[in-house]
Design a protein around this ligand. Structure first.
Ligand code: ATP
Length: 238
C-alpha cells in the first residue's frame, strides 16, 4: 500500500447545538476502499459532506494528498480530485443521461479525453449507454444511482466518495452497485464509502471504521467486522 490520500485529524462538526462529528480521525491510503459503517444519524453523511466542503468544521484538519483542504470551496476540492456521490442518487432530472455524464466532466476541455472517459463508463454501465437520450428523471432508482456514480467517474477522481449507496435500492440492485464499487477498487481507484449495511461494506472494503454518535468506535479489517461480537450484535443483527 502506498501513502496516504486522505487524512482527517480530530474533526468536529456541529449543526447549531447538534454535535454531529465529535473528534473523528481517519485515514485512507492510495488504492484502498474504506467504509464508514454506522446507524441512522451516526454522522456518516456529515463526515463525507465536510470532506467535500459542503458543511463547515468547528475544529480539526482535513488533508488531501498532504494538502489542507478544510476551509476550501467545494469546487476547488472537486478540482483537486475528489468526486462525491450523494445519498439518494441525485441527478439533473430534466437533462438527458448523456448531458448528465458530460456535466461530470465539465472541467475537462479536451474532446478526446472526454470521449475516452465516456467509453470507460459505458463499459462499466452498459445500461446507461442504451439510455443516453432519455431524461435522467425518467430512469429507475437503480439506473439513477448508476448515473450518479458514472457522472462522478466522468471527473476521473483520485478519490471517489459514495454516500449510502444501498439506501432505497432493491437487494439485487444493491449487489449490482457493490459489484461496480468492487470493480473500480480492483482497477486501482481509491474509494471512501458510507454504509449502514455492515455485511455489504465487508464485501468490498479493505478497512472499516465504525461510527457511532459522531465518534469512531472501532477500526477493523473486513474479516474483523464479521467476527467482532460487539459489531455482530449492533450492526449485523446477530
Ligand atoms: P443517515 O444514515 O440517517 O443518513 P448519517 O449517519 O448519515 O445518518 P448524518 O446525516 O450525518 O447521519 O446526521 C448526523 C446528525 O446530524 C443527526 O443527528 C442529524 O439529525 C444531524 N443533522 C444532519 N444534517 C443536519 C442539518 N442540516 N441540520 C441540523 N442537523 C443535522
Amino acid at each position: 500500500m502506498e501513502g496516504s490520500i486522505l487524512r482527517i485529524r480530530d474533526l468536529y462538526v456541529s449543526y447549531g447545538k447538534i454535535k454531529a462529528i465529535n473528534g473523528v480521525s481517519i485515514e485512507v491510503k492510495k488504492g484502498e476502499c474504506v467504509a464508514i459503517v454506522g446507524a441512522n444519524g451516526a454522522g456518516k453523511s456529515t463526515l463525507l459532506k465536510s470532506i467535500m466542503g459542503f458543511v463547515k468544521r468547528q475544529k480539526g484538519e482535513i488533508l488531501f494528498l498532504d494538502k489542507k483542504i478544510d476551509g476550501l470551496a467545494t469546487h476547488t476540492i472537486a478540482k483537486m480530485g475528489i468526486s462525491f456521490v450523494p445519498e439518494g442518487a441525485r441527478v439533473f432530472p430534466s437533462i438527458s443521461v448523456y448531458g448528465n455524464l458530460l456535466l461530470g466532466a465539465y472541467k475537462e476541455k479536451d474532446k478526446t479525453t472526454i470521449k475516452r472517459r465516456l467509453e470507460r463508463v459505458y463499459g462499466i454501465f452498459p445500461r446507461l449507454k442504451e439510455r443516453l437520450n432519455q431524461a435522467a428523471g425518467t430512469l429507475s432508482g437503480g439506473e439513477r444511482q448508476m448515473l450518479a456514480m458514472a457522472r462522478a467517474l466522468m471527473g476521473e477522481p483520485k478519490l471517489l466518495m459514495v454516500d449510502e449507496v444501498s439506501l432505497g435500492l432493491m437487494p439485487k440492485l444493491v449487489d449490482v452497485v457493490f459489484d461496480v464499487i468492487d470493480r473500480l477498487h480492483k482497477e486501482g481507484l481509491t474509494i471512501l464509502l458510507s454504509e449502514q449495511n455492515a455485511h455489504k461494506a465487508s464485501e468490498v472494503a479493505d478497512r472499516i471504521y465504525i461510527l457511532e454518535l459522531g465518534k469512531i468506535l472501532k477500526e477493523t479489517d473486513r474479516d474483523g467486522i464479521l467476527n467482532d461480537p460487539l459489531i455482530k450484535k449492533a450492526y449485523l443483527g446477530m
